[in-house]
Design a protein around this ligand. Structure first.
Ligand code: SF4
Length: 326
């Protein structure tokens, strides 16, 4: 299927008193029409900053590389065109629904706003807002669209944010930790809802998460991020069956099978290196129980791992195994 989103060699740099620090290094991936892709990793791995860079939400950061949406290079278009793509062709859902909503505005008006900004008459925009709330399972939507955000629970507020993202019929949804701020029951409901809406609408979705259980439930393909780089990439079925990078293996320790019970991210000893303090060689080496001498001097490239279907890994040991089996 055709690429809807194509990210080529994206690097992101933050200014500091000591000079620029790379937050993301040479990241390349695509999302096809209707596909559900996950970026997974610990806090500070570069996944959220990647999503924000795609949408140009952090003008203080410098980016390098290409971001193509539907064939259009986003990093060079004028800001007013980019504003039209935000909430238009690309919808976004953030972690904290409260910060995404205006507490003084009725939720129906907020959902209708992206359409009103595109010149849709108010009555039509409000009718569409009600229709999307219905689609998202908000009971008595005609009445409740006149409520304020504080009158909704956390899970219902996140439905409102999803409705705002969907009302202009985007072809791509970017969901950045969409369930992290919710209680466990609301997390399950919102994830199930996102999954159903994505499938029913044939909506391409890029989900950003630290939770490997969410990847198993939601995505078809996954990129595992560590210290600003992709360390493993492949179909969810392939990665869960044959995790090859030691970091992915550690993430999956508590999730042995796709059809088994879903559990949450295990905690790893140590922490990911700070941006700017990445070691020479493999960034995972200080935490890796399998590290060899080469790991401390050479950064492994992301190369095909030789599995079933697309599967790439950045690990010297995995590369040696592929060479031996060739
Ligand atoms: Fe571990 Fe070496 Fe592979 Fe890095 S390259 S993950 S340190 S074995």
């Amino acid at each position: 299927m055709k690429d809807l989103l194509r990210v080529n060699n994206l690097s992101i740099f933050a200014p500091t008193a000591a000079g620029e620090v790379p937050l993301v290094r040479s990241l390349t991936f695509n999302v096809s029409g209707g596909e559900r892709v996950a970026l997974v990793g610990e806090s500070g791995s570069g996944k959220s900053v990647t999503a924000r860079a795609i949408m140009r939400l952090d003008p203080g950061l410098r980016t390098q590389g290409e971001v193509l949406f539907d064939g259009q290079e986003l990093s060079t278009i004028p800001e007013e065109d980019m504003a039209g793509i935000r909430g238009g062709g690309i919808g976004m859902v953030f972690q904290d629904p409260m910060s995404a909503l205006n507490p003084l505005m009725r939720i129906g008006e907020q959902i209708a706003e992206p359409l009103a900004a595109r010149g849709v008459p108010r009555r039509t925009a409000l009718a569409k807002a009600r229709q999307v709330l219905d689609e998202l399972g908000v009971a008595d939507a005609a009445r409740r669209m006149w409520a304020y955000p504080h009158e909704f629970s956390g899970g219902m507020r996140q439905r409102v944010v999803i409705a705002m993202a969907l009302v202009a019929e985007p072809s791509l949804l970017i969901a950045d930790e969409p369930t992290t701020a919710l209680d466990v029951r609301a997390q399950e409901q919102v994830l199930a809802l996102l999954s159903e809406v994505s499938r029913q609408r044939g909506l391409a979705t890029l989900i950003i998460t630290h939770d490997i259980g969410i990847v198993a439930e939601f995505a078809q393909r996954v990129m595992v991020m560590y210290s600003g780089s992709c360390v493993e990439h492949g179909s969810v079925a392939e990665i869960f069956e044959r995790p090859t990078h030691p970091y992915t293996q550690a993430l999956l320790q508590a999730v042995p099978r796709l059809d088994g019970p879903i559990e949450r991210l295990v905690s790893l000893p140590g922490s990911s290196p700070r941006p700017g303090a990445r070691p020479v060689g493999c960034p995972f080496a200080p935490r890796c129980s399998q590290a060899v001498e080469k790991c401390r001097t050479e950064n492994p490239e992301l190369l095909t791992s030789g599995g079933h279907g697309p599967h790439e890994v950045a690990c010297h040991l995995a590369h040696m195994e592929v060479t031996q089996n060739a």
